[in-house]
Design a protein around this ligand. Structure first.
Ligand SMILES: N[C@@H](CCC(=O)N[C@@H](CS)C(=O)NCC(=O)O)C(=O)O
Length: 125
């Protein structure tokens, strides 16, 4: 159901250390850390929990939630359904090679300002 989640933190290094320690007993490890992107990603198979300290977002998009899609058509269907249901566009369905070669996602802002996505990691079927 969920692919990954993330939220902003005040002090990235402090949160990185905190979650490294707190999640270790669960077998969840730091899998990615980027000073450039200001993010730390934790997981087991791949990063699924992210903390970041990017630009202030003025109360919008501070929580990011991504649902798993089985294929790219599902990503597009999610986007259309969400827009029809009143969400605002935050990134039309399409490839996001900045994440990885096969990443395909779509982003909307929900009624409370959360940044909600559906993504698929497989090439076009
Ligand atoms: N408008 C962007 C949204 C990208 C986005 O929100 N990416 C997620 C990660 S998959 C995120 O939380 N990015 C960090 C941020 O917005 O600070 C797009 O269409 O690519």
């Amino acid at each position: 159901m969920f692919d990954h989640i993330g939220f902003d933190v005040r002090d990235l290094h402090k949160s990185k250390s905190f979650y490294e320690a707190a999640l270790l007993p669960l077998g969840i490890k730091l899998m990615m850390f980027s000073e450039e992107w200001k993010v730390a990603g934790f997981g087991t198979d791949r990063p699924r929990f992210w903390v970041g300290s990017g630009q202030p977002k003025n109360g919008e998009g501070e929580v990011h939630l991504c649902f798993s899609a089985k294929n790219r058509a599902e990503v597009r269907a999610f986007y259309e359904a969400a827009i029809q249901a009143g969400a605002r566009d935050n990134g039309k369905p399409g490839p996001r090679p900045e994440y990885h070669a096969n990443y395909y996602g779509a982003f909307v802002i929900d009624p409370d300002g959360h940044n909600v996505e559906a993504c698929c990691h497989s090439p076009e079927a």
